[in-house]
Design a protein around this ligand. Structure first.
Ligand code: AMP
Length: 124
């Protein structure tokens, strides 16, 4: 079993420049932009540029360079936002995968949420 990547998903269109985004950071293998429907004062979505559907897909099939670049990009964004617990009040990282999680966009992405108390980890 493997994943079929939908080239028409909205993040693929963002990566191809077909729809606009508010870029926070771009690296060789990753792009980070503001979520269009922010759930917190800081709500950034970080995606790899490669065609990965979920976090597990990325973790098993991406190259070491892609994985390192993705995490380094994430780390620098958190520092630049000033939300790391050593500088600020912290953040939450969310990566939905599949139907039970409610994943809407089938391109692996991590949500960085910060800027207010974020409540319990799950609502139910
Ligand atoms: P998920 O439910 O984890 O798949 O999250 C998908 C996220 O993508 C949601 O938080 C949406 O608000 C966000 N989103 C959808 N379309 C766009 C867009 N064009 N630009 C930025 N964020 C988007």
């Amino acid at each position: 079993m493997t994943y079929d990547y939908d080239e028409q998903n909205i993040f693929a269109k963002i990566l191809r420049g077909e729809i606009p985004n508010t870029t926070v950071k771009e690296s060789e293998h990753a792009l980070a932009f503001k979520d269009i429907a922010p759930q917190a004062p800081h709500h950034v979505v970080v995606i790899p540029k490669g065609p990965y559907v979920t976090a597990d897909h990325f973790a098993t099939e991406a190259s070491d360079d892609e994985i390192a670049d993705f995490w380094r990009t994430f780390g620098s964004i958190c520092r630049e936002l000033g939300v790391t617990p050593d500088q600020g009040a912290g953040y939450r990282l969310i990566a939905n995968a599949g139907s039970d999680s409610g994943q809407e966009v089938p391109h692996f992405h991590m949500h960085i949420l910060a800027g207010r108390p974020l409540g319990p980890m799950l609502n139910s």
